[in-house]
Design a protein around this ligand. Structure first.
Ligand code: FES
Ligand code: FES
Length: 168
């Protein structure tokens, strides 16, 4: 991150977003979510409460699920950022397929945040228990589904990963 003396209050940032290098000059107070949506057109990251409560803006920075509304874009300088658009590794694809198969979304507003949270948690070895899935998702609000189908989808993915591991 390099302050730009010609443009007061702006900074230059570099990061990898969904595997692609990004180099931009932005206002120092731009949130990461606003940067991704407004500057890069990655509108899959949703904004609900904009103060860290609803989880809709959850995305991954260096493999860790974070609130995009609470993190400044400059704080992601030099980082690897992954949004729902870039959730295309085997686990990400499995989660998306399971959400479709289990009808785990209705309006879809919460879905990118749910996927990012589950991607991090399952990737880190989340226990194959409904209670553990619910605890992992406790910071992600859904106003439509009643959560059961989301937990079903997560459990499908966890069990499939366990079966694959057992078969090795
Ligand atoms: S928009 Fe970030 S937590 Fe709600
Ligand atoms: S599917 Fe509508 S808020 Fe979750």
């Amino acid at each position: 991150m390099t302050p730009d003396p010609e443009a007061s209050g702006t900074v230059r940032v570099q990061m990898a977003v969904n595997g692609r290098p990004v180099n931009a000059e932005i206002s120092a107070c731009t949130s990461l979510a606003d940067f991704l949506r407004g500057e890069l057109g990655l509108t899959g990251t949703h904004l609900g409460c904009e103060h860290g409560v609803c989880g809709a803006c959850t995305l991954e920075v260096d493999g860790v699920a974070v609130r995009g509304c609470l993190m400044l874009a400059v704080q992601a300088d030099g980082a690897r950022v992954r949004t729902v658009e870039g959730l295309d590794d085997p686990l990400g694809r499995a989660l998306k397929a399971a959400f479709v198969a289990r009808n785990a979304l209705q309006c879809g507003f919460c879905t990118p945040g749910m996927l990012a949270t589950l991607h991090e948690a399952i990737g880190a070895g989340l226990a194959p228990e409904r209670g553990a899935v619910r605890a992992a998702l406790s910071g992600n609000f859904c106003r439509c589904t009643g959560y059961e189908a989301i937990v079903d989808a997560a459990m499908d993915v966890i069990r499939a990963r366990e079966e694959t591991a057992d078969a090795r």
